[in-house]
Every structure is written in structure tokens, then in C-alpha cells.
Design a protein around this ligand. Structure first.
Ligand SMILES: Cc1cc2nc3c(=O)[nH]c(=O)nc-3n(C[C@H](O)[C@H](O)[C@H](O)COP(=O)(O)OP(=O)(O)OC[C@H]3O[C@@H](n4cnc5c(N)ncnc54)[C@H](O)[C@@H]3O)c2cc1C
Length: 374
């Protein structure tokens, strides 16, 4: 049997593609025993499905290429696709599903025009006489078109594999360096005091290579995480980052304050005490400190440090890098292999936190659906 289209991966992009292909014989090959494991884990189980402000600027990657993909799908069209579900808008831009990620996955499965084959880990693919042969451990599938929707390397426990990059490379398509992104930072010895604050959350500004992010910051037993840090991780390779722990606090209020720092500073008390302890200082009013100590305290406005590394692929929401867009035409088809397409996270395109990655998975899938439906 020769399929019109075979899709590798029943994740966000593969399922959206399967739902949007019409009148074709389509199969999805999925290595897990069920579909969309990452969808279920997304947005803390509530699935941040899209963002009111979708724009290429919110993505790393070739901007013009991204723009023309995003054009095919607006945030409203995403919500319309899932019209039987209710979404709440948070922070005036992020849409989360009220009934949870499970119902998002249910809609995707309900709308399928593809046969899904589970426990079919794809091991490789080749093209023989215009037909793709896709190899799994126990079966060979054949198709006229092959779409790689196998995602990135992050969260292996949810099904991640490097098959998409391998297939690309075997067909002579290059991939850029892969790195964990939307991920927390582990810390060096000087910042081990962060670890003592595991569970503490506060609002901060994070600056990295001239990119600035405001938002929550979360201390963990391994270092530092939270939305502001996750976004910053997109731009980090090595080197220093800056945190303003007091983004909305006027320095004058610090200088004029007559009370102990832990009472004056709009920060969790546990944080202030740990910070002071780390630098051998007592909790007292700012005017009571000597010049040297005051300089240390002022570091709260621009705390500079070099992370030891990231929490790695196992904790990264996405993979930065991937199949290079310059090897693909505007329909995400490989220039050098007719009928071979790449969608979703396997591409060298990475979105910020806030629904951008799922939106891109859907938009890239729809782009390919349109051309395959012709
Ligand atoms: C914890 C977590 C929370 C997240 N929250 C959000 C969020 O709220 N909003 C947002 O926009 N993004 C979020 N993301 C990112 C988002 O989930 C991904 O960017 C998106 O799922 C990528 O879609 P995809 O289809 O490219 O890949 P995936 O959804 O990862 O799907 C790939 C599929 O391919 C299968 N596969 C892999 N290798 C093989 C193989 N060899 N053979 C057969 N099948 C294979 C996998 O099992 C998987 O089912 C989150 C990610 C994580 C890890």
C-alpha cells in the first residue's frame, strides 16, 4: 500500500496536519503508545495554545521565512479550530484551555483524517523511485510524500528523538547546532545561595546580550528558572546575565529607608535574609551599612553572574536549532528532495514562552497541508 502522505510524529504539528489534510490517504507513525504527550504536558497541563500577538519577532530563526509561515494562521483561527473548547486569556496575550490540555488533544484526535499507528518508532527513511520508504522496527511504510513532524530533543520521556535531524542529514539537508532552550540555569559556587531559596518566586528583569525580559523568576534546588529566565535562555550560550531583583523599586526609597532591609525591600523576606547572609551582612537599615556593604546591597538592582549551564534537554521546553530553513522552499519542502517536508520544532525556528511554539507547530503544519491538498 502506498500512502499519499506519511507523517512522522503524532505531536502538535503532526496531528494538526493530519486534521487539515483532506481527501488523501494519510498515516501518522508515532513511537509512543499514545499521541501528543508533549501537548498534555504543555502550559502546566493547561496548554498555552496561542498568543494574541503572534509575530516573527517572537521567534529565533530566519525572519522572512517565519513571517510567511505565520501568515497562514492567526491566533483567532487557532481558537476557531478548537471552537468547542473555552480559552482564558492570561497576561492579556496568552490563551490557556479552561478544560485542560487533555481536551485540546481530544479535539485534535477527533478531527483526524489520518490513520495513526502507535508504537511505530521510525528508524530511517529513503527514497526509491519517487516513493519514500519509511522503516520501523517491524514494518516498512511507503508514501509519495513524507512529512517530518518528530519534534526536538527536549523531554525524552515524552517521546523526543533525533530522527528528524538524522533523516534531514541523510538526505543532505543541514541542521544547525542544537541546544536546550526555554530552560532554567544551573549556577556556579558564588550563586549557590540561590539553591537555599528553592521555591521562592519573585518578579524581576533579566538582561542577556541586550535582550531584556520582565517576569517571574523562580529559585529551584538546582539554580534559577521561571518565565523571565526561560525566555532569557533563548539568547544564552555562555557568559554573564544580569538580574534586577527590584525592577519597580526606587533607589531613593532604599537610601531614605529607616527600617531593616527585609521590611523596606519589596522582596520575599527569605530572599533578603539569604542574600544578606551570603555576603556576611546583617538585616539592618540601609544608612547603618558602610560604603562597601552598600555597594553589595545595590547589586540587587543589577546582579551580574555567569550561569554554570542550563538544566539540559531533560528540562528544556524546546530545542533551539534544527533543520536549516535555507534548505527548504516557502512550503517547507526540501529543495533537493521533492515530497519531503519538515514542520514544527524540528526546524531551526524557536519561539518565546507564551504559546508561540504550539502556534508555530500548527501554522507550519497548515502551510504544508495547503500545498499537499492542492
Ligand atoms: C513541559 C513542556 C511545556 C510546554 N508548554 C508549552 C505551552 O504551553 N505552549 C507552547 O506553545 N509550547 C509549549 N511547549 C513546547 C511545545 O510543546 C512544542 O514546541 C511542540 O509540542 C512542538 O510540536 P512538534 O509537533 O514539533 O513536536 P512534538 O509535539 O514533540 O511531537 C513530536 C512527536 O514525534 C514523536 N516521535 C519522535 N521521534 C519519533 C520516531 N523516531 N518515530 C516516531 N515518532 C517519533 C514523538 O513521540 C512526538 O509524539 C512545551 C514543551 C514542554 C516540554
Amino acid at each position: 500500500m502506498i500512502y499519499d502522505v506519511i507523517i512522522i510524529g503524532a505531536g502538535a504539528s503532526g496531528l494538526f496536519l493530519g486534521a487539515n489534510l483532506k481527501g488523501k490517504k494519510v498515516a501518522i507513525l508515532e513511537k509512543n503508545s499514545s499521541a501528543g504527550k508533549k501537548i498534555l504536558a504543555s502550559g502546566g497541563g493547561r496548554c498555552n495554545i496561542t498568543n494574541r500577538f503572534i509575530s516573527a519577532k517572537n521567534y529565533l530563526g530566519e525572519q522572512k521565512f517565519i513571517e510567511q509561515i505565520l501568515k497562514v494562521l492567526t491566533p483567532n483561527q487557532v481558537l476557531k479550530f478548537f471552537s468547542e473548547l473555552k480559552f482564558s486569556e492570561q497576561k492579556q496575550n496568552q490563551f490557556f484551555c479552561d478544560s485542560g490540555a487533555k481536551s485540546v488533544l481530544s479535539v485534535l484526535l477527533k478531527r483526524q483524517n489520518a490513520d495513526i499507528f502507535y508504537n511505530k518508532e521510525v528508524l530511517g527513511a529513503k527514497k526509491v523511485d519517487e516513493i519514500f520508504e519509511i522503516l520501523t522496527k517491524d514494518e516498512k511504510f511507503r508514501a509519495r510524500n513524507l512529512v517530518i513532524a518528530s519534534g526536538g530533543l527536549s523531554y525524552k520521556t515524552l517521546g523526543a528523538s533525533d530522527i528528524g535531524y538524522k533523516i534531514a542529514n541523510n538526505f543532505g539537508i543541514e541542521t544547525s547546532t542544537l541546544a536546550p532552550a526555554l530552560v532554567g540555569f544551573s549556577v556556579q559556587k558564588d550563586e549557590f545561595w540561590f539553591k537555599e531559596l528553592s521555591g521562592v518566586r519573585l518578579n524581576a528583569d533579566v538582561e542577556i546580550n541586550s535582550h531584556k525580559f520582565s517576569g517571574d523568576l523562580l529559585f529551584t534546588h538546582r539554580g534559577i528558572s521561571g518565565p523571565a529566565i526561560l525566555n532569557a535562555s533563548l539568547f544564552w550560550q555562555k557568559g554573564r546575565i544580569y538580574i534586577n531583583f527590584l525592577p519597580k523599586f526606587n533607589k531613593k526609597s532604599l537610601i531614605n529607608g529607616k527600617k531593616q532591609l527585609s521590611s523596606v525591600l519589596p522582596l520575599p523576606k527569605r530572599f533578603v535574609l539569604e542574600f544578606l547572609k551570603n555576603f556576611g551582612l546583617k538585616d539592618r537599615a540601609f544608612y547603618e551599612f558602610n560604603d562597601n556593604d552598600r555597594q553589595i546591597i545595590k547589586r540587587l538592582f543589577a546582579y551580574e553572574f555567569a550561569p554554570a549551564g542550563t538544566f539540559g534537554f531533560e528540562r528544556a521546553e524546546v530545542t533551539k536549532g534544527g533543520v536549516k530553513s535555507e534548505f527548504l522552499d516557502e512550503n517547507l519542502q526540501a529543495y533537493n528532495v521533492k515530497g519531503l517536508y519538515f514542520v514544527g520544532e524540528v526546524l531551526d525556528i524557536t519561539g518565546m514562552l507564551g504559546g508561540y511554539n504550539l502556534h508555530f507547530a500548527f501554522a507550519s503544519a497548515l502551510k504544508v497541508a495547503r500545498v499537499l491538498n492542492l
